[in-house]
Design a protein around this ligand. Structure first.
Ligand code: NDP
Length: 328
Protein backbone atom coordinates (compact mmCIF):
# COMPACT_ATOMS: atom_id res chain seq x y z
CA UNK A 1 0.00 0.00 0.00
CA UNK A 2 1.32 3.49 -0.88
CA UNK A 3 1.63 6.46 1.49
CA UNK A 4 -1.71 8.32 1.68
CA UNK A 5 -2.19 11.43 -0.49
CA UNK A 6 -4.10 14.56 0.53
CA UNK A 7 -7.01 15.50 -1.68
CA UNK A 8 -8.84 18.81 -1.22
CA UNK A 9 -12.30 19.33 -2.74
CA UNK A 10 -14.33 22.54 -2.97
CA UNK A 11 -18.10 22.48 -3.51
CA UNK A 12 -18.31 19.09 -1.73
CA UNK A 13 -21.96 19.56 -0.81
CA UNK A 14 -23.02 20.27 -4.40
CA UNK A 15 -24.22 17.89 -7.10
CA UNK A 16 -20.82 17.08 -8.59
CA UNK A 17 -19.38 16.87 -5.08
CA UNK A 18 -21.92 14.21 -4.19
CA UNK A 19 -21.04 12.18 -7.28
CA UNK A 20 -17.26 12.46 -6.97
CA UNK A 21 -16.34 12.05 -3.30
CA UNK A 22 -17.35 8.39 -3.20
CA UNK A 23 -15.27 7.65 -6.27
CA UNK A 24 -12.20 9.34 -4.83
CA UNK A 25 -12.61 7.41 -1.58
CA UNK A 26 -13.24 4.09 -3.37
CA UNK A 27 -9.94 4.26 -5.28
CA UNK A 28 -11.41 5.03 -8.72
CA UNK A 29 -9.42 8.26 -9.01
CA UNK A 30 -5.96 7.30 -7.77
CA UNK A 31 -5.98 3.51 -7.89
CA UNK A 32 -6.84 0.60 -5.61
CA UNK A 33 -3.56 0.84 -3.67
CA UNK A 34 -3.66 4.57 -2.96
CA UNK A 35 -5.08 5.65 0.44
CA UNK A 36 -6.44 9.19 0.67
CA UNK A 37 -7.05 11.91 3.24
CA UNK A 38 -10.00 14.10 2.20
CA UNK A 39 -10.19 17.78 3.04
CA UNK A 40 -13.49 19.42 2.17
CA UNK A 41 -13.96 23.17 1.88
CA UNK A 42 -17.17 23.94 3.69
CA UNK A 43 -19.33 26.98 2.91
CA UNK A 44 -20.25 28.97 5.97
CA UNK A 45 -23.98 28.77 5.45
CA UNK A 46 -26.40 26.49 7.28
CA UNK A 47 -27.77 24.70 4.20
CA UNK A 48 -24.36 23.79 2.82
CA UNK A 49 -22.93 22.88 6.22
CA UNK A 50 -25.83 20.57 6.99
CA UNK A 51 -25.64 18.96 3.55
CA UNK A 52 -21.89 18.42 3.92
CA UNK A 53 -22.38 16.83 7.32
CA UNK A 54 -24.77 14.35 5.70
CA UNK A 55 -22.34 13.58 2.87
CA UNK A 56 -19.55 12.93 5.40
CA UNK A 57 -21.83 10.61 7.37
CA UNK A 58 -22.50 8.66 4.17
CA UNK A 59 -18.80 8.53 3.32
CA UNK A 60 -18.11 7.11 6.78
CA UNK A 61 -20.90 4.57 6.30
CA UNK A 62 -19.24 3.22 3.16
CA UNK A 63 -16.30 2.03 5.32
CA UNK A 64 -13.96 2.57 2.38
CA UNK A 65 -10.64 0.87 3.19
CA UNK A 66 -8.70 3.60 1.34
CA UNK A 67 -10.30 6.57 3.14
CA UNK A 68 -7.88 7.29 5.95
CA UNK A 69 -9.42 10.52 7.22
CA UNK A 70 -11.74 13.34 6.25
CA UNK A 71 -12.28 16.81 7.57
CA UNK A 72 -14.34 19.87 6.74
CA UNK A 73 -12.61 23.27 6.72
CA UNK A 74 -14.04 26.73 6.25
CA UNK A 75 -10.73 28.49 5.50
CA UNK A 76 -9.29 27.61 2.07
CA UNK A 77 -5.75 27.86 3.47
CA UNK A 78 -6.59 25.06 5.89
CA UNK A 79 -8.53 23.09 3.30
CA UNK A 80 -5.52 23.17 0.93
CA UNK A 81 -2.81 22.63 3.54
CA UNK A 82 -0.27 20.11 2.12
CA UNK A 83 -2.77 19.09 -0.58
CA UNK A 84 -1.29 16.84 -3.27
CA UNK A 85 -4.44 17.23 -5.36
CA UNK A 86 -7.08 19.97 -5.35
CA UNK A 87 -10.43 19.71 -7.10
CA UNK A 88 -11.96 23.16 -7.41
CA UNK A 89 -15.59 22.35 -8.13
CA UNK A 90 -17.54 24.95 -6.15
CA UNK A 91 -18.36 28.08 -8.13
CA UNK A 92 -20.95 30.80 -8.24
CA UNK A 93 -23.83 29.82 -10.52
CA UNK A 94 -25.52 32.39 -12.74
CA UNK A 95 -28.44 33.82 -10.79
CA UNK A 96 -31.61 35.43 -12.21
CA UNK A 97 -30.85 38.74 -13.93
CA UNK A 98 -27.11 38.30 -13.43
CA UNK A 99 -25.02 39.72 -16.28
CA UNK A 100 -22.15 37.67 -17.70
CA UNK A 101 -19.64 40.26 -16.45
CA UNK A 102 -21.05 39.96 -12.90
CA UNK A 103 -20.74 36.20 -13.07
CA UNK A 104 -17.14 36.41 -14.27
CA UNK A 105 -16.29 38.82 -11.44
CA UNK A 106 -18.05 36.80 -8.73
CA UNK A 107 -16.06 33.75 -9.75
CA UNK A 108 -12.85 35.71 -10.19
CA UNK A 109 -13.03 36.71 -6.53
CA UNK A 110 -13.46 33.05 -5.46
CA UNK A 111 -10.60 31.75 -7.61
CA UNK A 112 -8.26 34.60 -6.64
CA UNK A 113 -8.73 33.68 -2.98
CA UNK A 114 -8.29 29.98 -3.71
CA UNK A 115 -5.18 30.58 -5.85
CA UNK A 116 -3.62 32.60 -3.05
CA UNK A 117 -4.49 29.91 -0.51
CA UNK A 118 -3.00 27.16 -2.69
CA UNK A 119 0.12 29.28 -3.08
CA UNK A 120 0.42 29.58 0.66
CA UNK A 121 -0.27 26.08 1.93
CA UNK A 122 -0.56 23.39 -0.76
CA UNK A 123 2.19 20.89 -1.64
CA UNK A 124 4.65 22.45 -4.12
CA UNK A 125 3.69 19.64 -6.54
CA UNK A 126 -0.06 20.05 -6.13
CA UNK A 127 -2.18 19.08 -9.12
CA UNK A 128 -5.20 21.34 -9.44
CA UNK A 129 -8.25 20.74 -11.64
CA UNK A 130 -10.77 23.56 -11.98
CA UNK A 131 -14.26 22.27 -12.77
CA UNK A 132 -16.31 25.32 -11.65
CA UNK A 133 -17.28 27.46 -14.62
CA UNK A 134 -16.02 29.41 -16.49
CA UNK A 135 -13.34 26.81 -15.80
CA UNK A 136 -10.57 27.97 -18.20
CA UNK A 137 -10.63 31.54 -16.90
CA UNK A 138 -11.10 30.48 -13.28
CA UNK A 139 -8.05 28.22 -13.58
CA UNK A 140 -6.07 31.09 -15.11
CA UNK A 141 -6.98 33.39 -12.19
CA UNK A 142 -6.00 30.77 -9.62
CA UNK A 143 -2.72 30.10 -11.46
CA UNK A 144 -1.84 33.81 -11.69
CA UNK A 145 -2.50 34.24 -7.97
CA UNK A 146 -0.15 31.38 -7.10
CA UNK A 147 3.23 32.71 -8.26
CA UNK A 148 5.20 30.24 -6.12
CA UNK A 149 3.62 27.23 -7.79
CA UNK A 150 4.59 26.12 -11.30
CA UNK A 151 1.90 27.04 -13.87
CA UNK A 152 1.78 23.33 -14.78
CA UNK A 153 0.18 22.66 -11.38
CA UNK A 154 -3.07 24.14 -12.78
CA UNK A 155 -5.57 22.69 -15.22
CA UNK A 156 -9.19 23.10 -16.29
CA UNK A 157 -11.61 20.31 -17.13
CA UNK A 158 -12.37 19.67 -20.79
CA UNK A 159 -12.41 15.90 -20.37
CA UNK A 160 -16.19 15.79 -20.25
CA UNK A 161 -16.19 17.31 -23.74
CA UNK A 162 -13.70 14.68 -24.95
CA UNK A 163 -15.77 11.89 -23.41
CA UNK A 164 -18.95 13.25 -25.01
CA UNK A 165 -17.21 13.45 -28.41
CA UNK A 166 -15.92 9.86 -28.12
CA UNK A 167 -19.31 8.50 -27.09
CA UNK A 168 -21.05 10.29 -29.94
CA UNK A 169 -18.57 9.07 -32.56
CA UNK A 170 -18.72 5.50 -31.22
CA UNK A 171 -22.50 5.53 -31.45
CA UNK A 172 -22.48 6.96 -34.97
CA UNK A 173 -19.91 4.45 -36.26
CA UNK A 174 -21.46 1.54 -34.30
CA UNK A 175 -18.15 0.87 -32.63
CA UNK A 176 -17.03 0.78 -29.05
CA UNK A 177 -15.56 3.80 -27.25
CA UNK A 178 -12.38 1.75 -26.88
CA UNK A 179 -12.11 1.71 -30.71
CA UNK A 180 -11.87 5.52 -30.76
CA UNK A 181 -8.44 7.04 -30.21
CA UNK A 182 -6.79 10.45 -30.41
CA UNK A 183 -10.00 12.40 -29.83
CA UNK A 184 -9.28 15.94 -28.70
CA UNK A 185 -11.34 19.01 -27.91
CA UNK A 186 -9.47 22.28 -28.32
CA UNK A 187 -10.06 25.55 -26.53
CA UNK A 188 -12.54 26.87 -24.04
CA UNK A 189 -15.11 24.78 -22.16
CA UNK A 190 -17.99 26.66 -23.80
CA UNK A 191 -20.34 26.02 -26.74
CA UNK A 192 -17.67 27.30 -29.15
CA UNK A 193 -15.15 24.60 -28.15
CA UNK A 194 -13.47 22.83 -31.06
CA UNK A 195 -13.96 19.02 -31.07
CA UNK A 196 -11.37 17.51 -33.43
CA UNK A 197 -12.47 14.50 -35.42
CA UNK A 198 -9.78 14.99 -38.07
CA UNK A 199 -6.97 13.74 -35.89
CA UNK A 200 -9.05 10.94 -34.33
CA UNK A 201 -9.11 7.32 -35.45
CA UNK A 202 -11.73 4.56 -35.39
CA UNK A 203 -10.23 1.06 -35.25
CA UNK A 204 -6.93 2.58 -36.38
CA UNK A 205 -8.32 4.35 -39.48
CA UNK A 206 -8.96 8.09 -39.86
CA UNK A 207 -12.29 8.83 -38.19
CA UNK A 208 -13.47 11.13 -40.99
CA UNK A 209 -13.47 8.13 -43.38
CA UNK A 210 -16.47 6.78 -41.45
CA UNK A 211 -18.72 9.85 -41.45
CA UNK A 212 -19.75 12.62 -43.84
CA UNK A 213 -18.48 16.20 -43.72
CA UNK A 214 -22.07 17.28 -43.30
CA UNK A 215 -22.49 15.13 -40.18
CA UNK A 216 -19.25 16.53 -38.71
CA UNK A 217 -20.30 20.16 -39.24
CA UNK A 218 -24.03 19.99 -38.68
CA UNK A 219 -24.32 17.29 -36.03
CA UNK A 220 -21.08 16.35 -34.33
CA UNK A 221 -19.47 19.71 -33.55
CA UNK A 222 -22.65 21.58 -32.48
CA UNK A 223 -24.03 18.63 -30.49
CA UNK A 224 -20.83 18.17 -28.48
CA UNK A 225 -20.70 21.93 -27.86
CA UNK A 226 -24.30 22.14 -26.69
CA UNK A 227 -24.49 18.86 -24.81
CA UNK A 228 -24.42 20.60 -21.44
CA UNK A 229 -27.54 22.64 -22.29
CA UNK A 230 -29.30 19.55 -23.68
CA UNK A 231 -28.72 17.77 -20.37
CA UNK A 232 -30.08 20.73 -18.41
CA UNK A 233 -33.17 20.74 -20.66
CA UNK A 234 -33.72 16.99 -20.18
CA UNK A 235 -32.83 16.59 -16.51
CA UNK A 236 -33.70 20.00 -15.12
CA UNK A 237 -30.20 20.17 -13.63
CA UNK A 238 -26.70 20.35 -15.05
CA UNK A 239 -24.50 17.32 -15.70
CA UNK A 240 -23.25 16.01 -12.40
CA UNK A 241 -22.40 12.29 -12.57
CA UNK A 242 -20.80 12.59 -16.02
CA UNK A 243 -18.89 15.70 -14.92
CA UNK A 244 -17.67 13.85 -11.82
CA UNK A 245 -16.67 10.88 -13.96
CA UNK A 246 -14.71 13.13 -16.31
CA UNK A 247 -12.89 14.70 -13.36
CA UNK A 248 -12.02 11.19 -12.14
CA UNK A 249 -10.62 10.38 -15.61
CA UNK A 250 -8.67 13.66 -15.77
CA UNK A 251 -7.00 13.25 -12.38
CA UNK A 252 -6.47 9.50 -12.75
CA UNK A 253 -4.66 9.92 -16.04
CA UNK A 254 -2.66 12.96 -14.90
CA UNK A 255 -1.44 11.06 -11.83
CA UNK A 256 -1.03 7.58 -13.29
CA UNK A 257 -0.78 8.05 -17.08
CA UNK A 258 -2.91 6.92 -20.04
CA UNK A 259 -2.24 4.99 -23.24
CA UNK A 260 -4.18 7.49 -25.38
CA UNK A 261 -4.30 11.28 -25.70
CA UNK A 262 -6.22 13.07 -22.99
CA UNK A 263 -7.76 16.52 -23.39
CA UNK A 264 -6.72 18.85 -20.60
CA UNK A 265 -7.10 22.61 -20.22
CA UNK A 266 -3.49 23.55 -19.50
CA UNK A 267 -1.31 26.67 -19.69
CA UNK A 268 -0.27 27.11 -23.30
CA UNK A 269 3.43 26.92 -24.15
CA UNK A 270 2.70 28.87 -27.34
CA UNK A 271 1.93 25.75 -29.42
CA UNK A 272 -0.53 26.13 -32.32
CA UNK A 273 -0.51 29.93 -31.94
CA UNK A 274 -2.27 29.85 -28.56
CA UNK A 275 -0.87 32.72 -26.46
CA UNK A 276 1.54 31.53 -23.81
CA UNK A 277 -0.04 31.08 -20.38
CA UNK A 278 -3.64 30.95 -21.63
CA UNK A 279 -5.50 27.95 -20.15
CA UNK A 280 -6.58 26.14 -23.29
CA UNK A 281 -7.86 22.66 -24.11
CA UNK A 282 -5.11 20.67 -25.87
CA UNK A 283 -4.57 17.01 -26.60
CA UNK A 284 -1.97 15.91 -24.07
CA UNK A 285 0.11 12.86 -23.31
CA UNK A 286 -0.04 11.96 -19.63
CA UNK A 287 3.30 10.33 -19.03
CA UNK A 288 2.55 8.30 -15.92
CA UNK A 289 4.95 10.12 -13.61
CA UNK A 290 2.57 13.00 -12.84
CA UNK A 291 3.69 15.06 -15.81
CA UNK A 292 2.13 15.68 -19.24
CA UNK A 293 3.12 17.04 -22.61
CA UNK A 294 1.02 18.87 -25.18
CA UNK A 295 0.84 16.77 -28.37
CA UNK A 296 2.93 18.63 -30.96
CA UNK A 297 3.02 18.79 -34.73
CA UNK A 298 -0.62 18.02 -35.53
CA UNK A 299 -2.09 19.19 -38.81
CA UNK A 300 -5.11 21.42 -38.37
CA UNK A 301 -7.34 22.20 -41.33
CA UNK A 302 -8.43 25.78 -42.03
CA UNK A 303 -11.79 25.28 -40.42
CA UNK A 304 -10.28 23.93 -37.23
CA UNK A 305 -7.74 26.76 -37.17
CA UNK A 306 -10.62 29.26 -37.40
CA UNK A 307 -12.41 27.55 -34.48
CA UNK A 308 -9.23 27.65 -32.41
CA UNK A 309 -8.82 31.36 -33.24
CA UNK A 310 -12.39 32.00 -32.07
CA UNK A 311 -11.66 30.21 -28.77
CA UNK A 312 -8.52 32.30 -28.29
CA UNK A 313 -10.50 35.50 -28.90
CA UNK A 314 -13.26 34.43 -26.47
CA UNK A 315 -10.75 33.60 -23.76
CA UNK A 316 -8.85 36.86 -24.32
CA UNK A 317 -12.12 38.67 -23.77
CA UNK A 318 -12.85 36.76 -20.53
CA UNK A 319 -9.30 37.33 -19.29
CA UNK A 320 -9.58 41.08 -20.01
CA UNK A 321 -12.86 41.23 -18.05
CA UNK A 322 -11.18 39.83 -14.90
CA UNK A 323 -7.81 41.55 -15.28
CA UNK A 324 -8.29 43.37 -11.96
CA UNK A 325 -8.17 39.98 -10.18
CA UNK A 326 -4.68 38.98 -11.29
CA UNK A 327 -1.40 40.58 -10.24
CA UNK A 328 0.48 42.54 -12.96
P1 NDP B 1 -23.94 22.93 -7.30
O1 NDP B 1 -24.58 24.28 -7.32
O2 NDP B 1 -24.75 21.72 -7.08
O3 NDP B 1 -22.80 22.91 -6.20
C1 NDP B 1 -21.85 23.90 -6.08
C2 NDP B 1 -21.43 23.88 -4.65
O4 NDP B 1 -20.34 24.78 -4.55
C3 NDP B 1 -22.50 24.33 -3.68
O5 NDP B 1 -22.52 23.44 -2.59
C4 NDP B 1 -22.01 25.72 -3.28
O6 NDP B 1 -22.37 26.05 -1.96
C5 NDP B 1 -20.52 25.53 -3.39
N1 NDP B 1 -19.78 26.78 -3.53
C6 NDP B 1 -20.14 27.92 -4.11
N2 NDP B 1 -19.18 28.84 -3.98
C7 NDP B 1 -18.19 28.24 -3.30
C8 NDP B 1 -16.95 28.68 -2.80
N3 NDP B 1 -16.53 29.92 -2.97
N4 NDP B 1 -16.19 27.80 -2.14
C9 NDP B 1 -16.62 26.55 -1.91
N5 NDP B 1 -17.80 26.09 -2.32
C10 NDP B 1 -18.57 26.93 -3.00
O7 NDP B 1 -23.12 22.85 -8.68
P2 NDP B 1 -22.52 21.54 -9.38
O8 NDP B 1 -21.85 20.69 -8.40
O9 NDP B 1 -23.57 20.95 -10.26
O10 NDP B 1 -21.47 22.25 -10.38
C11 NDP B 1 -20.32 22.89 -9.87
C12 NDP B 1 -19.62 23.68 -10.97
O11 NDP B 1 -19.16 22.82 -11.98
C13 NDP B 1 -20.52 24.71 -11.68
O12 NDP B 1 -19.76 25.90 -11.86
C14 NDP B 1 -20.78 24.06 -13.02
O13 NDP B 1 -21.04 25.03 -14.02
C15 NDP B 1 -19.46 23.37 -13.25
N6 NDP B 1 -19.46 22.31 -14.26
C16 NDP B 1 -18.35 22.21 -15.06
C17 NDP B 1 -18.25 21.24 -16.02
C18 NDP B 1 -17.02 21.14 -16.89
O14 NDP B 1 -17.04 20.31 -17.82
N7 NDP B 1 -15.97 21.90 -16.66
C19 NDP B 1 -19.35 20.28 -16.24
C20 NDP B 1 -20.45 20.44 -15.32
C21 NDP B 1 -20.49 21.43 -14.37
P3 NDP B 1 -23.68 26.93 -1.66
O15 NDP B 1 -24.85 26.09 -2.02
O16 NDP B 1 -23.56 27.20 -0.22
O17 NDP B 1 -23.56 28.17 -2.50
Amino acid sequence: MKEPVRVAVTGPAGNIGYAILFRIASGAMFGPDQPVHLSLLERPNPRSSAALKGVMMELADCAFPLLKSMRAEQDPREAFRDADYALLIGARPRGPGMERADLLEANAAIFREQGRALNETASRNVKVIVVGNPCNTNAWIAMKNAPDLAPECFSAMLRLDQNRAMAMLAEKTRTDVTDIRHMAVWGNHSPSMAPDIWNATVKGEPADNFVTDQWIREEFIPTVGKRGSAIIAARGASSAASAASAAVDHMHDWALGADDWVTMGVPSDGSYGVPEGMIFGFPCIAKGDGTYEIVKGLTLNEEQQARIAKNIADLEEEMAAVKAFVPD
